[in-house]
Ligand binder design. Structure first.
Ligand code: KIV
Length: 277
């Protein structure tokens, strides 16, 4: 059984060099299972747009989608810290809007923290959230909400200029008060430099083993989402194939009358049954 992971655990784990585990979850049942496995933190990622809702991009996810799924995850979480991912345009318009939307994750859904993407451009929003006591996780590197500006899903920080910008942004986010920073798809040496340069933990996804923790999308870990298979993913189980096999067997047994068996059915007294005829 794991201990309760709180926002103060982020720095403690970094200091004690204990790796932080994070995985996405979007529903109650899955959350119970990742809890049982002993995960530290759960991200209700806006990746839900693709893996749960079937959109072709995460940009279509709304605040209402996020709140609906975050509520379900919070109901299943016991020890893990639950982080709500702020969707596209929920923190871009104004500081006021940002506080209202982040506040919904905490007040309505019961999340413990929010995550938002970006560097220097969102520092004022992060500072405002921290001032109203909402813990924030940053997200740098390949930030999916900027996919149209990046011209696709590409590794970020390969040029001197880009690498310096990401490093400087990490320091700005630290100064703004984030509890941790997700580093997505950056070269491992840059992730190492950032991890060594800041006091808050880095949580890598496609950033190598040098980060203070790791995050993956659960459908990728369990082989359930076939549309995209990034290089940085490790499939630990093939639940996708197991699901297809299990359901095929169910279909076969229903069609042939093998299921349900006697043990799956309910009885009634003969004298009652007779009166029905
Ligand atoms: O949306 C998401 O699930 C994420 C993680 C991949 C970091 O942002």
């Amino acid at each position: 059984m794991n201990n309760k992971f709180t926002v103060t655990s982020f720095k403690k784990y970094k200091l004690e060099k204990e790796k932080i585990t994070m995985i996405t979850a979007y529903d109650f049942t899955t959350t119970q299972l990742v809890e049982e496995a002993g995960i530290d933190t759960i991200l209700v990622g806006e990746s839900l747009g693709m893996v749960m809702l079937g959109y072709d991009t995460t940009l279509k996810v709304t605040m209402d989608d996020m709140i609906h799924h975050t509520k379900a995850v919070v109901r299943g979480a016991k020890n893990a810290l639950v982080i709500g991912d702020m969707p596209f345009l929920s923190y871009h318009v104004s500081v006021e809007d940002t506080i209202i939307n982040a506040g919904r994750f905490i007040k309505e859904a019961g999340a413990h923290a929010v995550k938002l993407e970006g560097g220097r451009d969102v520092v004022d929003k992060i500072e405002a959230l921290v001032r109203v006591q909402i813990p924030v996780i940053g997200h740098l590197g390949l930030t999916p909400q900027s996919v149209n500006m990046f011209g696709g899903f590409k590794v970020q920080g390969k040029s001197l200029e880009d690498a310096k910008k990401i490093l400087d942004d990490a320091k700005l986010l630290e100064a703004a008060g984030v509890c941790a920073i997700v580093l997505e798809c950056v070269p491992e040496p840059l992730a190492k430099l950032i991890t060594e340069s800041i006091s808050v933990p880095t949580i890598g996804i496609g950033a190598g083993g040098v980060c203070d923790g790791q995050v993956l999308v659960i459908q990728d870990v369990l082989g359930m989402y076939k549309d995209l298979q990034p290089k940085f993913v490790k499939k630990y189980k093939d639940l996708g194939q197991a699901t297809v096999e299990g359901i095929s067997e169910y279909i076969k047994e229903v069609k042939s009358g093998v299921f349900p068996e006697e043990k799956h059915t309910f009885k009634m007294k003969d004298e009652i049954l007779e009166k029905l005829y």
